[in-house]
Design a protein around this ligand. Structure first.
Ligand code: TYD
Ligand code: MG
Length: 475
């Protein structure tokens, strides 16, 4: 092979370099560049033929268009994340750590769809047919009419798929194991993954079948290697959770046919993944009600309220530099809350280690947790137990003001449903920008409206001097 016909391609982002180097300039990944045959990265033949372009008809933005038809999988949590079911002809990428339950989820979805009379094909490139069968048997799904194959060559798969009735769903587990004759590189390289994905995407669009690709995730949470695939597919879902906890969260990262802020919650049991219709109950199930340093946060995930317990432990430090450890929340937001507590409320934590944990292994992405975090921190530091029937939500600004957050009615409704009797939240008038004001009479539970972080601290301190918290006696 002539020397100049080699390319160096970053296996993380797909950037092409003229020579090998230790670090990819494009995405910053180290040791990710591999030598690959350039055939697959050059343009397809049609583009090289010098054919003159044909003018295409342009259309106006206004016009009739209907929402895409959807195939509901009848697994409600899965349908919620996809935006109401899978869209025929669309391609979905599901990423997640090894062993998190991607194959389990997809065999369950496949079986439910197949039982509803749809044609479903499950192609495993990682496991033998027997292994897939065994899993299905353990899940009690062995009698579902899912068509199975263990294959890794995309041309063979595409040929198989184009025979017979168009399938409603095709699962490819996983895209990293696929290879095509058109690319010379080894399976798993960017070129192979991208070319294979291209063939499968073309098949999905032509045949109108939904294709679900499983992708592996690297240490830093990227869908391994083929970040390029993320751009090619219609939706990217990630399946998260950790080994220590039973629940798994399916989150949409990109969705051309639906919202990206919805989550689906599942619990891994001996009989596979079970849907969790009310996640708040799961996250609050093992709550320690009488201990200082815990506060219940009324959060939102997409259109759904989720209540979780926030635990803080503030202890005098034994080291020169105090520790700040956070699980499930943004560490820089914790630093901000600590700084505001110090600057605006005179609470100095420079000599204390601070540990913050979101119970149950949940990960909060909203700034609305500021108030609940501050309450848990102050409670731990002072030893004052917060009333166990209160929920907290609201954002804290650098000035020390408590700022209202969206979806207050939904949060309050969920709190009331779960038996909470009081909510501590910012005054709606504190809003920086214009917006809908909350109607005072509409809340299902009494509100404890505060204007600033100092109000919150004063409230907790007042309760702390009373020794036994009133709310505990009332409960
Ligand atoms: P799997 O779906 O194979 O993960 P992935 O495809 O994401 O790599 O899930 C495997 C894990 O799930 C394994 O550690 C065992 C666990 N599991 C259960 O706890 N219960 C079950 O019913 C099944 C099938 C798996
Ligand atoms: Mg698997």
């Amino acid at each position: 092979m002539a020397k100049k016909s080699l390319s160096f391609i970053c296996q993380s982002c797909g950037a092409v370099h003229s020579r090998w180097q230790g670090k990819c300039d494009s995405c910053g990944a180290w040791n990710s560049i591999a030598e690959e045959s350039p055939a697959a990265v050059s343009l397809p033949v049609a583009h090289r033929s010098g054919r003159k372009g044909r003018p295409i008809e342009l259309q106006s933005l206004a016009g009739s268009s209907e929402s895409p038809p959807r195939t509901q999988t009848r697994i409600a949590e899965f349908d919620r994340v996809t935006g109401g079911g899978i869209v025929p002809g669309s391609v979905l990428l599901i990423g997640g750590d090894p062993g998190i339950g991607k194959s389990t989820l997809l065999i369950q979805v496949s079986a439910t769809l197949a039982r509803a009379g749809h044609r479903v094909i499950y192609v495993s490139g990682e496991e033998a047919v027997e292994q897939v069968r065994l899993r299905a048997e353990r899940l009690g799904l062995a009698n579902a009419p899912v068509e199975l194959a263990a294959e890794t060559n995309v041309e063979d798969i595409a040929a198989t798929l184009s025979q017979g009735r168009t399938p409603a769903m095709v699962v490819i587990d996983s895209i990293q194991t696929m290879w095509t004759d058109t690319a010379e590189s080894a399976p798993g390289t960017v070129t192979q993954v991208r070319s294979s994905a291209q063939i499968l995407i073309r098949y999905a669009k032509q045949a109108g079948a939904a294709v679900i690709l499983v992708g592996h995730v690297t240490k830093d949470g990227q869908i391994a290697g083929p970040r390029v695939v993320e751009h090619m597919v219609d939706a990217v879902l990630s399946f998260e959770g950790d080994g220590a906890h039973q629940f798994r969260i399916l989150r949409a990262q990109k969705n051309r046919f639906g919202p990206t802020d919805e989550i689906g919650v599942f619990e891994m049991t001996g009989l596979g993944l079970e849907e969790v219709a009310n996640p708040s109950e799961l996250f609050l199930s093992n709550r320690d009600r009488g201990a200082p340093g815990t506060a219940v946060y009324a959060g939102m995930e997409g259109t759904r309220p989720v209540l979780v317990e926030i635990q803080a432990l503030v202890v005098p430090t034994s080291l020169g530099t105090p520790r700040r450890a956070v699980v499930g929340w943004d560490p820089s937001r914790l630093s901000m809350v600590l700084a505001v507590l110090e600057a605006r409320c005179g609470i100095k934590l420079g000599g204390h280690d601070v540990h913050l944990n979101v119970a149950g292994g949940f990960r909060i992405s909203e700034p609305a947790a500021d108030l609940a975090v501050a309450a848990a921190l102050v409670s731990s530091l002072s030893g004052a137990v917060l009333p166990p029937d209160s929920v907290y939500f609201g954002e804290i600004s650098l000035t020390g003001a408590a700022r209202p957050v969206p979806h207050a009615p939904a949060r309050l409704k969920e709190a009331a449903k779960l038996g909470f009797a009081r909510a501590v939240l910012p005054d709606a008038k504190n809003k920086e920008r214009g917006g809908k004001e909350r109607e005072a009479g509409a809340s299902p539970i009494p509100l404890d409206v505060i204007g600033s972080l100092a109000d919150l601290v004063a409230g907790i301190a007042a309760r702390g001097t009373r020794r036994s918290p009133r709310a505990v006696e009332e409960a």
